[in-house]
Structures are given as C-alpha cells and as structure tokens.
Design a protein around this ligand. Sequence first.
Ligand code: SF4
Length: 249
Amino acid sequence: MVQDALDDTVRLKAALRQLRWLLTSFQGSGIEQFHRQEGAPAPKQEALEEPVDRVVEGDRASDLAQVRQELGDCRRCRLHATRTNLVFGEGSAEAGLLFVGEGPGFDEDRLGRPFVGRAGKLLDKMIQAIGLRREDVYICNVVKCRPPENRTPEADEVAQCSPFLFRQIEAIRPKAICALGLSAAQALLGRTTSMGGLRGKRFQWRGTPMVCTYHPAYLLRNPAQKAAAWQDLRLLSRLLNEPRTKAEL
Ligand code: SF4
C-alpha cells in the first residue's frame, strides 16, 4: 500500500514536470497566454497552490532510468543488427549542460560509452575549457547504436531513436544544450541548414537554450575550425551563467 502511494506520487510528479515543461515550451514558442473556453468551470484555487516548482532530489535520475528501461534491448531500427553495445549516454542526471552528438563510433560501440575515443578526449578538453568536468555534464547521441562504417544515420533511424533523446533531455532538464555536429543540430532543430549557418547563434529546444558547434571528430580533421568552436563554447558558457527562471528550475 505504501509502495502504491509512492508510485502515485512519482507519477503525479512526473505529470507535473511534463506539464511545466510543456508550458515552458509554449513560452519558448512565443505563446504567453491561454484563454479559458467560454462556459468552462473556473479552476479551484487550492489546485493552483500545488508546489509544482519543487524539484525532488533524485527525480531526474529516476526519470532517466525509466527512459533507459523503456529503450531496453532496442531493435526499433536496423542499427541494432550491427551494434556491439547500445550507447545510452552518461554523466550527471543533475547536469546543467547536456551535449548531443551524432552516434557512437568504433570505440563507443566497443565500450558502450559515448565519446571515449580521440574525439572524446577533445570533448573532455572542450568541457574543461568552460570550467567544467566531464562528470558535471551529460553526454549522449541522437542514435544509440553505431551506424556501420560511421556513416551518417538515415532519416528513419533518427526518427526511431530521437524520441528517446528528447526524453533524456526532458528527464535531465539541463540549463543549456550543445549540439555537436550537423546531425545533432538538425535532429534537435528540425532544420537542414549548414553548420556554418547554425554555429555562433543561440537557439532554443523546447524552451531550453541551445548552441550548435562542430563535432570534435570534425575538429580533429579540421583544426583551423577550433577557434570558431571556442567562440561557440564561450557563448555556451554565457548561457550557463544566465540566471535561471523559476519555470526552468
Ligand atoms: S539506433 Fe536507437 S532506435 Fe535504432 S536500434 Fe539503436 S536504440 Fe533502437
């Protein structure tokens, strides 16, 4: 019985967080007001006094664990057939900053962890450059299984996997998102612009500030672009230091 009550509480909190997230998303889209339909009953005052802004410690971690559980031994797209390990993501569930890459590479597939090869080492340096440690942030990818020969994920693979990415972001509710590379930027923004047209600007993903920059693997091949990536990291750092609104807590 106690367990049932706890389960109900967890479900209620999850519903409230989703509602708050939705409202924040509407705000991010420029929608500031809602109008009650004529004749509809007025909400009771006591219902509005629910302390929806209080974040209970551990909620993010349990929400994230639930997403992982639902993903399970996923076979929703063809990429499952060639993977060694599904790479869900890693880092702090309380992270203020969330990085999204394209998909696992050779080393990631082998170890089941995101960004662990040469590109991962460069990402670690990028994180340190803005005064953070890898364990302070959360790192994941658009697709959780390695595309053969590291090819770009197909649109249907992204369509199958990205809902789990979105739910990871919603579970963590970071203060800012950094899309690493064009695939991640396009999956989050739904645009087909070039990275040159996306980087250096502030975007929003469902109300959360977002910056796009070059993928570390691209930077290893094109070190001349590191200066531009550094500018993007400085923008990201500014977003992280902006005061957080009540709705974003
Ligand atoms: S890439 Fe995503 S959708 Fe496809 S099998 Fe892996 S986890 Fe499932």
